[in-house]
Ligand binder design. Structure first.
Ligand code: NDP
Length: 291
């Protein structure tokens, strides 16, 4: 069994980005600039946004954190997004999800200028991805394909089962694994809460990508011997023994699944850091855009 180490892989990608940024700036380019919009004070969201801002500093980007109150109206948020769309000093921005219930996430996603949509959630970018044309790939699936590539995981002709069909993870992941490219060329099964015989289907997966948000849901009996396991799930569980007061659990019961598989991502230190580095890659791509 080999660990797909997102911490290590993302660190080396960050170094490559930093070198690329230095060259870009030396040749007269402006430092890439990413803004992150955070609505409210959700602890997990704050942690993710801070990690993104810190990662920007590490690679030589400028970053701006736009913190808005949880009570902000949808209209006021859309007007903030309009300002960011028009801000020529910004190459890209993200709106950290989830948003409060009174705000329609899809309206917010649609309001972002696709050229600045470095999270890759806008329908235009999803459409380009589906057609296998150059675009910003959604950060988490992009991070996963980069990890598979760096570890030279064979994907062609394999059966890839994706658990979860969210717009930001499962659904785009299934498209990327099915495309005619590497990583890709898999036969893909996309599963969700209405799937019948989930255990049997997962048990036929050569590559199992799990994004459902239910801690330790995938046990050893869901997994075929020698499979590749990518665990996207991150759930905070109260733990008094930790300084933070919580521990992070993935969707896969790591201790019993790991001995069975060829490759597995840990939580934390797997998909999470790869998501952040993918956001940086998309932002650099946005900064270099000339159209
Ligand atoms: P969503 O809640 O949006 O989607 C969950 C999906 O899982 C849905 O499609 C749902 O099906 C499906 N599902 C729920 N229960 C079952 C079940 N019993 N059997 C099969 N499918 C089921 O989650 P996200 O995709 O946004 O996130 C998933 C997890 O990944 C979360 O833990 C989240 O924190 C984490 N995450 C991690 C990231 C990272 O960088 N590491 C980035 C983004 C998310 P249905 O559609 O039928 O409701």
């Amino acid at each position: 069994m080999e660990i797909l180490d997102g911490k290590l892989t993302s660190a080396s990608i960050k170094e490559e980005i930093a070198q690329d940024v230095a060259k870009f700036v030396a040749s007269g380019g402006r430092k890439p600039h990413l803004a992150a919009v955070l609505v409210g004070e959700n602890g997990a969201s704050l942690t993710y946004v801070n990690a993104k801002v810190k990662a920007c500093e590490q690679v030589g980007f400028d970053s701006t954190l736009v913190q808005l109150p949880v009570s902000i109206s949808e209209e006021a948020l859309l007007s903030e997004i309009d300002k960011l769309n028009k801000d020529a000093s910004l190459d890209g921005f993200i709106v950290q999800l989830p948003l409060p219930d009174h705000i329609d996430e899809s309206k917010v996603t649609m309001a972002i200028n696709p050229k600045k949509d470095v999270d890759g959630f806008h329908p235009e970018n999803i459409g380009l991805m589906a057609l296998n044309l150059p675009t910003f790939l959604p950060a988490t699936p992009f991070g996963i394909v980069q990890m598979l590539e760096r570890y030279q995981v064979e994907t062609s002709g394999k059966h890839c089962v994706v658990v979860g069909r969210s717009h930001i993870v499962g659904s785009p992941m299934s498209i990327l694994m099915a495309r005619n490219a590497y990583p890709g060329n898999c036969t893909v099964t996309l599963t969700h809460s209405r799937t019948v015989n989930l255990k049997e289907i997962c048990g036929t997966a050569d590559i199992l990508i799990v994004a459902l948000g239910k801690p330790e849901f995938i046990t050893a009996e869901y997994v075929k011997e020698g499979a590749v396991i990518v665990d996207v799930g991150i759930t905070r569980i109260a733990d008094d023994s930790k300084k933070s007061g919580f521990k992070l659990l993935g969707d896969v019961k790591f201790d019993e699944v790991a001995p069975k598989c060829a490759f597995i991502t840990p939580v934390p230190g797997g998909v999470g850091p790869m998501t952040i580095v993918s956001l940086l890659k998309n932002t650099l791509q946005a900064a270099k855009r000339t159209d």
